[in-house]
Design a protein around this ligand. Structure first.
Ligand SMILES: C[S@@+](CC[C@H](N)C(=O)[O-])C[C@H]1O[C@@H](n2cnc3c(N)ncnc32)[C@H](O)[C@@H]1O
Length: 333
């Protein structure tokens, strides 16, 4: 297949996009098409890559993020997750009892992600209605939902403020917005230092005689196709933004939201998380057993405690990695 000129690349609404086979063809696509194609491809391995599950570990994670900004007892009848991926946040929140009897809906630019989301929901007794769409022009009517949530998706959008305006539009007056898991600007810069140091140390150690057996095979060496290798090159292209907590707050205010609350969290816990994830990307998979996962998880919990109890009271909120935003759509006056 030859490289398509940019002007004839369909917009997300004109799909299907012909799947490009080479890195050159992929990189010629417009940003939204890249997001869609990359996430469709990533959906097959997404849950394994991010250690996503629907058990106590992830249920606690989702509940803790949500309860930091939404009190117990808040009830919702219709809930939408935007950029829902495979349903990690929506399903775990529901299993945690935070959404009670609400009607659950999910949208994402990637059809592949949504198929897995609906299937995951069904496996947990949840009926999730899905609609493929772009967060910057949501495929829902005005004033439709009591609660709109999003987790780790806003940083992929070319114009995040447009998505926040759309979330405002589809919320009922009095409705609540919760966005969690977005990378802060400073937190992200620090995590790059950790990722780089881990990567370089691993490469240095495994360049010693016989230790290179510890290295994971490349996509092609492991039997992946050239297409897989080309897709993997998009990983860093689809991450577009990091946020200063006050910028996220400003975007929400400009969209019309009131009762804003911005919380940041995770510093050392996130450094550990990135070191672990970087090593997982480099190490031979058979060396990563359950003992590895448990050590990583309990290490993460211990450092989360340090971040929350010891560091949050003394450090500025902008140094932490994750930003959570809660806001309310006011009633018309
Ligand atoms: C890092 S994943 C997060 C998925 C899920 N919320 C989670 O926490 O596991 C980012 C998601 O944003 C979606 N996405 C990217 N751009 C989008 C857009 N313009 N509109 C809607 N979803 C988008 C991707 O398809 C992907 O599923």
């Amino acid at each position: 297949m030859s490289a398509e000129p940019l002007s004839v690349v369909p917009s997300p609404k004109d799909l299907p996009i012909p799947v490009p086979r080479t890195a050159r063809e992929l990189h010629a696509l417009d940003l939204k098409a890249k997001q869609r194609i990359y996430h469709d491809w990533e959906s097959r391995s997404y849950e394994e890559k991010f250690s996503i599950s629907y058990d106590e570990r992830c249920i606690d994670y989702a509940r803790d993020r949500f309860r930091k900004v939404v009190p117990e007892g808040a009830g919702f009848s219709r809930v939408l997750e935007v950029g829902a991926g495979t349903g990690f946040f929506l399903i775990n929140l529901s299993l945690a009892g935070c959404l009670e009897e609400a009607q659950l809906e999910a949208t994402d630019i990637s059809e592949g992600m949504l198929e897995i989301c609906a299937r995951n929901g069904a496996e947990h007794g949840l009926d999730i209605a899905t609609r493929q769409g772009d967060a910057e022009s949501l495929p829902y009517e005005d004033d439709a939902f009591d609660l709109v949530i999003g987790h780790a998706f806003l940083h992929h959008l070319p114009v995040p403020g447009a998505a926040i305006r759309e979330m405002f539009r589809v919320l009922k007056p009095g409705g609540t917005l919760v966005i969690a898991g977005e990378p802060s600007e400073l937190g992200d810069r620090m995590s790059w230092v950790v990722k780089n140091a881990t990567y370089r140390s691993f490469q240095a150690v495994t360049s010693l005689p016989r230790l290179n057996r510890l290295r994971r095979l490349s996509v092609q060496e492991a039997g992946g196709s050239d297409e897989d290798a080309a897709m993997a090159t998009l990983e860093h292209v689809v991450d577009l933004h990091t946020f200063r907590p006050r910028d996220l707050e400003k975007m929400a205010r400009l969209a019309g939201f009131k009762e804003l609350r911005v919380v940041t969290e995770e510093l050392t816990a996130h450094w550990l998380g990135w070191a672990v994830r970087t090593l997982e990307g480099q190490l031979r998979p058979d060396l990563l057993g359950p003992r590895w996962s448990y050590s990583a998880f309990y290490g993460y919990l211990a450092l989360s405690w340090v971040d929350e109890r010891l560091l949050t009271p003394i450090l500025p909120r902008s140094v932490f990695y994750n930003v959570i935003l809660r806001a309310r759509k006011p009633y018309p006056s």
